[in-house]
Design a protein around this ligand. Sequence first.
Ligand code: SAH
Ligand code: DHB
Ligand code: MG
Length: 209
Amino acid sequence: MTDHVGDYVSRVFAAEDEILLSLREEADRTGLPPISISADTGRLLQVLLLAVGARRVLEVGTLGGYSAIWIARALPADGSLISLELETKHAEFATRYVRRAGLAEKVEIRVGRALDLLASLDGEQFDAIFLDADKEPLPTYFEWGLRLVRRGGLIIADNALWGGRVVDERVDDDATRGVREMNRRMATDPRVAGILVPTHDGVAIGVVL
Ligand code: SAH
Ligand code: DHB
Ligand code: MG
């Protein structure tokens, strides 16, 4: 989708408050990678979470906490988000902004490799999982989603278009293969009803059946 269409949607539907603006400004200034979700993707997450009455959400890939703040703001007072992050530096940045947003009670950031942290969550139940970390293990993250998300809950993944590389036949690296395989499962696995919404870099959404 062209950028100015996304900008229009963000401006009309997903205005950022002072905290989100300040987070992005400090992230850019201090050299955090500029790969947070877009504001319109943040709003899409909120609408989806509200539609399924989400109370417990799991995020894979915290970075600076931008998506975590969008997600946590869509949860009820007793709701909670667990967000998994490999880099201590990212987790510390995110913790600071989650606190500034008044969401410290709702958001717990766990530091480590997602595959290890997911295994430690086995047996727990979530209303939704948001996959936004490394791309090569996406098929495995998707299987964890099926294991951890209740029926009627959501498996959501950012970067489902992966900058257009998913449709470029010349591209065949591990990350792109991971995104393609996750998309294939979202589309064909009988345990989910899936779609890829071409917002920003693509958001894949599967309802667990
Ligand atoms: N969801 C964030 C953006 C996440 S960017 C937002 O929209 O604001 C991807 C993040 O995943 C980075 O912070 C990176 O450090 C983290 N990451 C990469 N590989 C990981 C892994 N194996 N386990 C946990 N986190 C990982
Ligand atoms: C990249 C972008 C992302 O949004 C992400 O979650 C991980 C990596 C990237 O462009 O490298
Ligand atoms: Mg992403």
